[in-house]
Design a protein around this ligand. Sequence first.
Ligand code: UD1
Length: 420
Amino acid sequence: MDDYICIVGGKPLKGAISVQGSKNAALPMMAASLLHRGISVLKECPRITDVFCMEQILQALGAVTWWEDHDLYMDCTNADKEEIPEIYTGRMRSSVILLGTMLARNKRGRLGYPGGCVIGKRPIDLHLYALEQLGAVIEKDQMIQGTAPSGLHGNEILFPKRSVGATQQALLASVLAKGETIIKNPAREPEILWLCRYLRTMGAKITGEGTDCIIIEGMEELGPGCMRVPPDRIVAGTYICAAAATRSEITLENVPEGELDAFLDVYCKMGGQYQGNSGKLIVNGQNIHCPIKLLETAVYPGFPTDLQSQVMAVLATVPGESLIREQIFEDRYKAAQELVQMGAHIRISGREARVQGGYPLYGRQVTARELRGGAALVIAALCAKGTTRISGYSFISRGYEHICEDLLGAGARISLGREA
Ligand code: UD1
C-alpha cells in the first residue's frame, strides 16, 4: 500500500525552505565506507528511501549501522559477506557500484542485477569494462560475479562515454588497487568531486577530478571516512521550479554553490530572478513568461537530466512553444502523459518534447511513475486549479526527504494520505 500526495493548487509560495543532503552524493559515499574496516560517518545524510536501501545492503554484507539524528554511522569492520541478493540490488540502480568496493575489499563479489527508476535502458557495460581493466574477471548468470584472485591492479580506463556511475565504480575499485590508475573521459558531475573528497578523508590519493583525467595512486588500506553530505542540487532545483510555476518568491537555505549554473541559466531565460550569497538563494518567479526555444539535457556542466521533468512542468505554464531534447536517457518523459491529463499541451516524439505552454492546468488524479517525474507532478499541482491527488509517493520519497513538510512550510496546501 502506497501513500499519495494531495495538493490544492493555486496558492503562491512564500518563506524559506532548507535543502536536504544530496541523495546522489550520499549513496556512493556509503559504498565507499565499505573500503575501511571500521566506523565511518556521514553527517547531514538525507533520511530517504534510497539511503535506507543502501543502508540495508551494507547491513546484509555484515555492517552495523545506526543514526544519530541525521548523522549516519557505518561500522564496516565485519562487512565481509560476498553476496548481495537481488531483493536488495533490484531496488536501486546504484547498488551496482558495490561490485567494485567488494572486489577492492575482498577480491570477490556477487550481486543481483541493479534496479532503479525506469527511465531508459540503463546498461552496466561501462561499469564492468572499468572493473575488467583493473583485472577483475566478470561472469554473468542470474547474478553478476566478479573475482580478482591476485587483487585489482591499476591500469588505464578510457571511457567511450561519460557515465557518473561507471566513474564512481572505477574510483571505488581503484583506490585500493596496486599501482596507478588513470581514468580518461570520466564524468565531471559534482557527485564525482564529492566522492573523491570523501575518499581523500579516508586517505585515498586522487587528483584531477573535475577534469578529463583522474589519477589514482592505489593504497594498501584506507582509514575511516567522515564528511558532511553536501546539499542536493536537484532538490534545490525542484523547489526553484515550484516557486517558478506558482510565480512566487521564496528563500532557499543550504543551497549548493556553483552546481546549478546551467539550470539557473534556463530559469533566468524564462524570466526568473535570483540573488544569493553564502548558501542562501532568494528566487523570484513572478516574471516568468518566456518559453525556451531549445532545452537540451547534457552531462555536467550541461543541463541536468534530473531537472528536465520539473522544468517541463514550469514550461507548461509559460505561454508559447518550448522544445526539450532529452539526451541522457531515452525514456524520460513518463510525467508528460500525466501533465497532459492535467491540461498541459505536450507532444512527445522520440527524445523530443514539444510543450505548448500557457493552457490552464487542472487538479486531477495522477500517478508518479519515477522519482523526478513525480516531483514534476507536485510542481504542476501547486499551480493547478483545484485538487490534485498524486499516487506513487514511494517513488518521490526515494529522493525527497520531506517534500510535503517543506512545501507546507512555504504556504502550500499539501498533505500526505494513505491509499485505502
Ligand atoms: C546518475 C544519477 C542519476 C542521473 C544520472 C545522469 C545516481 C544514483 N544517479 O545515474 O540521478 O540522472 O547520473 O546525470 O547518482 N550508460 C551506459 N553504460 C553504462 C552506464 C551508463 O551506456 O555502463 C549510459 C546510460 O544508459 C545513460 C548514460 O550512460 O544513457 C548516463 O548514465 P550515468 O551517467 O551512468 O547515470 P547513472 O550513474 O545511472
